[in-house]
Design a protein around this ligand. Structure first.
Ligand code: NAD
Ligand code: MG
Length: 394
């Protein structure tokens, strides 16, 4: 029996996944870790390269039509190939000590839940699974003794600021937001913005979808709900502070008036590395802050008129139940339509609001005995609603 830590990465070929592979490689790669499963979707060449380099047991593509390509790319490597949503779940059921959940969207929920039944550590980048099924995921972790560690930089910051603190002392959580590429644009200017403009995040290099979610501030909206679920606070304990430099990753205000902030460069390897090495701190290959060069940190209030996403998140938290599943799916449908050039930038929030009006009250009433099928049922119905809404705009 070797003492190597068993690790899996869901969404290994994405922005978070590539950074995770980078850290595993720097910390000894296949000598130090027994890599169980790596997964991707369309990027077969990268997935196969990662699986070969880390000597993974199995590589899985979400796309069943790419199984032959993946087999060919892995020929002679000894790495198993598999494909499709069921194969993702089967991979998540393979025992592992540390699992990175970094698939984008609600597609990450089913594999994340399967990994939550494994009893190890679940490092969670896939915030969508907490938004659409927070209680289900938390309860599944609790029932199986799985430790849930946040990877989102804001939630990692709060978790870091909480080390050695009593959660009972929390008065409020202050989530920082860069404000995205349109922070200083008027609503009229925002109406005309294209996907390429919305993708250009000022500070962070991330996947396309989360970058556009930062421009609408739907990313921060999801993160408010994520914070509520992860830290068990009430909605009125969550504040958003616009901080254009993205140096303070978030803060906790304690009941004695003290604030603890966590700072660092805008490099996700900080938060990923913290979740990988916790409770240890190991050296990480991130830039060191130079305060003299920075010279200043700025703060602004959120603007609910140009960014309705934050108001909608508060409504979703107040509604409870499965309102989050409707919220997330509507946001995903709106983003698909925007990326396809079918709706404008501001229409995304309008679609989400319409979906919440139509399906939110019924979803909010769902409380007891919620299953994955219930969540995915609202996910599908909301995406259909979104499709009809978009068709009506034409
Ligand atoms: P990405 O688009 O770069 O990568 C997504 C990964 O998911 C890829 O490996 C892709 O192959 C896979 N994937 C896509 N569709 C899939 C499907 N239907 N089924 C299975 N796999 C699929 O995304 P990302 O920016 O790395 O973000 C991943 C998650 O981490 C998201 O939930 C995001 O909100 C969260 N997150 C990302 C960052 C960041 O800096 N990128 C920061 C905080 C949180
Ligand atoms: Mg974040």
């Amino acid at each position: 029996m070797s003492g190597r830590r068993r690790v899996s990465i869901f969404g290994a070929t994405g922005s978070i996944g590539v950074n995770t592979v980078d850290l595993l490689t720097r910390q000894g790669g296949a000598q130090a870790y027994e890599v169980v499963a790596l997964t991707g979707a369309g990027n077969i060449a990268l997935l196969a390269e990662q699986a070969r380099a880390l000597k993974a047991q199995v590589a899985v593509t979400a796309d069943p039509a790419r199984l032959d390509d993946l087999r060919a790319a892995l020929a002679g490597s000894g790495v198993e190939a598999a494909a499709g949503p069921q194969a993702l779940i089967a991979a998540a059921e393979r025992p592992a000590d540390w699992v990175m959940s970094a698939i984008v969207g609600s597609a990450g929920l089913a594999p994340g839940l399967a990994a939550a039944r494994n009893g190890g550590t679940l490092a969670l980048a896939n915030k969508e699974s907490l938004v659409c099924a927070g209680q289900l995921l938390i309860e599944t972790c609790r029932a199986h003794g799985t430790r849930l560690l946040p990877v989102d930089s804001e939630h990692s910051a709060i978790f870091q600021a909480l080390q050695g603190e009593d959660r009972g002392g929390i008065e409020r959580l202050l989530l920082t937001a860069s404000g995205g590429p349109f922070r200083t644009r008027s609503r009229d200017e925002m109406a005309a913005m294209t996907p390429a403009q919305a993708m250009a995040h000022p500070n962070w290099s991330m996947g396309v979808r989360i970058s556009i979610d930062s421009a609408t501030m739907f990313n921060k909206a999801l993160e408010m709900i994520e914070a509520q679920v992860l830290f068990g606070v009430t909605p009125d304990q969550i504040e958003v502070v616009v901080h254009p430099q993205s140096i303070i990753h978030s803060m906790i205000g304690f009941r004695d008036g003290a604030i603890i902030a966590q700072m660092g460069p805008a490099d996700m390897r900080g938060a990923i590395g913290f979740a990988l090495n916790w409770p240890e701190r190991r050296p990480l290959p991130v830039d060191r802050l130079d305060f003299a060069a920075l010279s200043r940190l700025d703060f602004e209030a959120e603007d609910p008129v140009r960014f309705p996403a934050l108001r909608l998140a508060r409504e979703v938290m107040a509604a409870g139940g499965l309102a989050g599943a409707v919220f997330n799916a509507a946001k995903e449908a709106a983003l698909d339509a925007f990326l396809a050039g079918r709706i404008g930038f501001l229409d995304m929030a309008a679609l989400v609001e319409a979906a919440l009006d139509a399906l939110g009250p019924e979803a909010a009433a769902a409380r007891e005995g919620i299953s994955l099928d219930d969540v995915m049922g609202y996910d599908r119905r909301t995406r259909r609603f979104g499709e009809d809404w978009v068709a009506r705009q034409g």
